[in-house]
Design a protein around this ligand. Structure first.
Ligand code: UT7
Length: 348
């Protein structure tokens, strides 16, 4: 049986930097509030016309492929994680396949929001372990800026999120004890609506009258109305405190689970790369697990929460900064909408 190793990682962040101060031009907020509650100083927003979730994913993928020493034609399978796809359907995987001139390989899209990348990595890992594929491209990319509401009514959400992309190439290795040691995936849909974008969606039909007044209304539904767009219902919704409370329990739990499954402890951990949800969440997790500052990587200060892209961007930056060396024990962990949460333990 093979194990998967990360053969190359890449990332891309858009050029446009928006500081907290810049956001005060659109809504009632302040640099002080944002930094105190989230640790975020600035974020990147994609070019409105020229960049999409797929184009950013492609830039990250190119870097990952180059570092893995392979070409787009060598890729056997794509797993693309995002909550902000270019189209409602089809997903970004096929768009990336087309634009990068890849063969007629499989392309799978993963919708697990902030846990999307770790879920995607776990899926890719299974394909490598069984020997089915040799080069799997895993991408996490988000263009949040196109769907966010930059009015004061949504300030608790729009100050947190940023755009960007990250990617890795997974390859098989036979080196004992190297690569992805295990992955752990969880969900609990009880509070699915606490962090969600409700429209457009098939549930909208429940708001229609049971007996349609006109026969032509027997089929179809409220896909998206002008009213929903105007009153902000068709924008992301978040009960921030509810998400925070659950995150600080589930992050440590899934990290401990990964370590325990491999008979390791927090002292063995060289670097924890948590999904960059909120610096306060990461600090809480660090404290709960008793980790030193040098055992936890954070870059949310520069990019905000880039959801499916945050873990691979952080992984890539940590590697570039020399914080991940050969043989290091790395834990990736994520928590987000669903709720879903996940971890991956990797011996680099
Ligand atoms: O990746 C997973 C996705 N999400 C998360 O991980 C988010 C988890 N939650 C959080 O990070 C925090 O809940 C937030 C940073 C979103 C919010 O912080 P909070 O301390 O939970 O604030 P709150 O929502 O309880 O709001 C406190 C106050 C409210 O004012 P009042 O009612 O006390 O007068 C809000 O209206 O802060 C106000 N507020 C703001 N003020 C200035 C909310 N957003 C802002 C803002 N600027 N951007």
């Amino acid at each position: 049986m093979y194990q998967s190793k990360i053969a190359g990682a890449g990332y891309y962040v858009p050029q446009h930097v928006y500081t907290n101060q810049d956001l005060t031009r659109f809504m009632d907020t302040s640099d002080e509030w944002i930094q105190e509650r989230t640790g975020i100083r600035e974020r990147r927003f994609a070019d409105r016309h020229g960049e999409t979730t797929t184009t950013m994913g492609i830039e990250a993928a190119k870097m990952a492929l180059e570092r893995a020493g392979i070409t787009a034609q060598d890729v056997d399978f794509i797993v693309f994680a995002t909550l902000s796809p270019d189209y409602y359907f089809p997903g970004c995987g096929v768009l990336l396949q087309r634009e990068m001139g890849m063969g007629e390989i499989g392309a799978l899209d993963v919708r697990n929001q902030c846990s999307g990348f770790v879920y995607a990595l776990s899926v890719a890992d299974q394909f490598i372990k069984t020997g089915m594929y040799k080069n799997v491209l895993v991408v996490g990319s988000e263009k949040h800026s196109f769907a966010m509401d930059f009015e004061t009514r949504s300030r608790n959400i729009s100050v947190i999120f940023g755009d960007g992309a990250g990617a890795v190439v997974l390859q098989p290795t036979t080196e004992t004890g190297k690569g992805i040691l295990s992955t752990h995936l969880h969900s609990d849909g009880t509070d699915a609506e606490s962090l969600a974008m409700y429209y457009p969606g098939s549930h909208a039909n429940k708001w229609l009258p049971e007996k349609p007044p006109f026969p032509e209304q027997e089929l179809g539904g409220l896909f998206l109305t002008t009213e929903q767009l105007e009153n902000g219902e068709a924008r992301p919704y978040m009960d921030g405190p509810a998400v925070f409370k659950k995150a600080i329990v589930k992050f440590p739990e899934v990290i401990r689970e990964a370590l325990a499954a491999n008979n390791l402890t927090t002292q063995d951990l060289d670097l924890l790369i948590p999904h960059q949800a909120n610096l306060r969440i990461s600090q809480y997790v660090q404290q709960t697990l008793g980790l030193r500052d040098d055992q936890v990587f954070n870059n949310i200060q520069k990019y905000g929460n880039t959801t499916a892209a945050s873990v691979p961007i952080a992984l890539c930056e940590a590697w570039e900064e020399g914080k991940i060396r050969d043989g290091d024990l790395i834990c990736l962990a994520a928590f987000g909408s669903g709720f879903t949460w996940a971890s991956a333990l990797i011996r680099y």
